[in-house]
Write a protein that binds this ligand. Sequence first.
Ligand code: DAT
Ligand code: MG
Length: 151
Amino acid sequence: SDVEQSYIMIKPDGVQRGLVGEIISRFEKKGFVLKGLKLFQCAKDLAQEHYKDLKDKPFFPKLIDYITSGPVVCMAWEGDGVVASARKLIGATNPLQAEPGTIRGDLAVQTGRNVVHGSDSPDNGKREIALWFKESELCQWEPVQTPWLIE
Ligand code: DAT
Ligand code: MG
């Protein structure tokens, strides 16, 4: 697809804390289009590839342990401006600095348990969706509400 896409992932703490519906709902209500969705327990090598830009950080091993500690919810969301907008909906990396009204601002207290991931650029959106999903797991569909969201 040529339309911008973001890879959004509910991390293991979000799943364990029963926040899956709450988090998905925020992206749904905003008006982005869900193109892929699955509950998935990921292997270390996939987590390491996903976070490869951070591999030299001191917290990298803990980050990989956290992301692989339980099932995550993988999502592909589509829409013009979805990458930057999703990051606004998610809020700052440190939940104590995240604004109220954002997912992390409302639902989390620690950087190491910040409940959700969102791609940081359109290129990374495509890269991460290709990393976490098979082509056959993504659906091409058009919500009936589209003309009521986009003039
Ligand atoms: P974001 O998830 O907001 O894009 P990031 O890409 O800089 O943030 O880092 C990815 C994840 O790594 C982040 O969600 C939590 C963890 N992390 C980042 N900085 C950290 C730090 N200083 N200490 C511990 N974990 C950190
Ligand atoms: Mg990031």
